[in-house]
Design a protein around this ligand. Structure first.
Ligand SMILES: Cc1ncc(COP(=O)(O)O)c(C=O)c1O
Length: 404
């Protein structure tokens, strides 16, 4: 890596709420599946092409520029979640962030971990593995109770915390219902009882405002391909600095050491195996990485930061208010939280009695409405490019599908 390698300048684009002109090739008439996989914008494909062109032209000469691009990206991810760049690590996906923490926490045999039934398995499997490896006890509480009976849900959690819990692992937003969890309250309860809070934020970052410092989150993992509108195979992990310093670096690799690269560039005598491992969370960046995914992520994040997450959230909430009302009128049952604070960018509904949700979904997709059916819930998840005048189009497609 040469010292003169400047970070590449990504071209700027002008995003507008409700305007999908940065997605000229997108086929769906209405794309409402950002909680699944987001489509790539022109900003993303341009950044990817720029990186590929650079490697095509310069080979190893391009490496330093894109290392610096990833340092810049860390700063922007920090801006997104209210953290310092130094407390952010780039990881391949949400799961990898969960696994890194599950493996590296200095567990003591018999410690208890709280997870939630109804969560996406990405935030359960690694805790199950940790339980089996380190002799932990896994406690599973009902996630949906936080939607239907929030006070009882908090009381149930407090009951477990009083019995002694090392860590609570929860999603910021539940993947089926779109329920936004009360992270600040959960963190306060955890900390009052000596527990830590781990958050899977892949259904939240980019669509609901989230601040790790203000909410008291200890660890947070997030992938790029949903609400951040990047590509699959990129993500980030935040850890509070004191938490990161206490981790056991069992997932460390050659790039986890201080001055890990010097021996490749600065002459003989620097090849050593005893350099200290970094104590910041970026020790999990253990080997070479997915530069393409992180170039894409910065490009999509630039659009989100320009629009501002609160403005995006307000736009999508207006869209979902209208869609929810139209669906309820047609006999659907909404799973959206009754409390505005519990709402995110996803609307989950169940269809009128006697309607197969799988057939209904297929009929909607056939009519150009991209949506999803996670575990039998019909889920709509529009984002900033979705125009409000799409709502009647979705409802007309629903009417046609129901008639069929
Ligand atoms: C809450 C939640 N966590 C994690 C994932 C996926 O994790 P990963 O980024 O590791 O594929 C999903 C959906 O794919 C999800 O909805």
């Amino acid at each position: 890596m040469s010292d003169d390698a400047a970070p590449p300048r990504l071209p700027s684009h002008a995003p507008k709420l409700g305007d999908r002109s940065l997605f000229p090739k997108l086929r769906a008439r209405v794309y409402a599946n950002h909680a699944g996989v987001a489509p790539a914008s022109v900003a993303v494909t341009t950044a990817v092409r720029q990186l590929c062109d650079d490697y095509e032209e310069r080979g190893v000469g391009a490496v330093g520029s894109w290392v610096r691009q990833r340092l810049r990206l860390r700063g922007k991810l920090g801006t997104l979640v209210g953290a310092r760049a130094a407390d952010i690590a780039l990881v391949p996906n949400t799961t990898r962030g969960v696994v890194d923490i599950a493996l590296c926490l200095p567990w003591r045999t018999g410690e208890r971990v709280v997870t939630f039934a109804g969560e996406f398995p990405a935030n359960v499997t690694p805790w199950q593995r940790a339980a089996s490896l380190f002799g932990l006890e896994l406690v599973m509480l009902p996630a949906d109770e936080h939607r239907v009976a929030p006070e009882a849900a908090l009381e149930r959690l407090l009951g477990e915390l009083r019995r002694g819990v090392r860590l609570v692992a929860v999603s910021a937003v539940e993947f089926q219902t779109g329920l936004r969890m009360p992270l600040g309250e959960l963190a306060a309860c955890c900390h009052a009882h000596g527990a830590e809070l781990f958050v899977d934020a892949v259904q939240a970052c980019g669509i609901v405002p989230l601040d790790v410092g203000a909410e008291g989150i200890d660890y947070l993992a997030c992938g790029a391909h949903k609400w951040l509108m990047g590509l699959e195979g990129a993500g980030f992990l935040y850890a509070r600095p004191e938490c990161a310093a206490a981790l056991r670096p069992v997932v460390a690799g050659w790039l986890s050491h201080e001055d890990a690269l010097g021996f490749l560039f600065r002459g003989p005598g620097l090849l050593r195996y005893d350099r200290p491992l970094r104590q910041s969370i970026d020790f999990v960046e253990s080997g070479n990485t997915n530069g393409v995914g992180f170039a894409a992520l910065e490009a999509s994040l630039d659009l989100l930061l320009e629009l501002g997450v609160p403005a995006i959230h307000a736009h999508v909430s207006t869209y979902l208010d209208a869609l929810e009302a139209g669906l309820v009128e047609r006999g659907f049952r909404s799973l959206r939280s009754a409390e505005p604070a519990g709402r995110s960018g996803a609307l989950g509904v169940t269809p009128p009695a006697g309607t197969s949700v799988v057939d209904l979904h297929a009929a909607l997709v056939e009519r150009g409405i991209a949506c999803a059916v996670p575990d039998g819930v019909l889920r709509f998840s529009p984002h900033w490019p979705n125009a409000l005048d799409e709502v009647p189009v979705v409802l007309a497609a629903v009417d046609a599908a129901l008639r069929r």
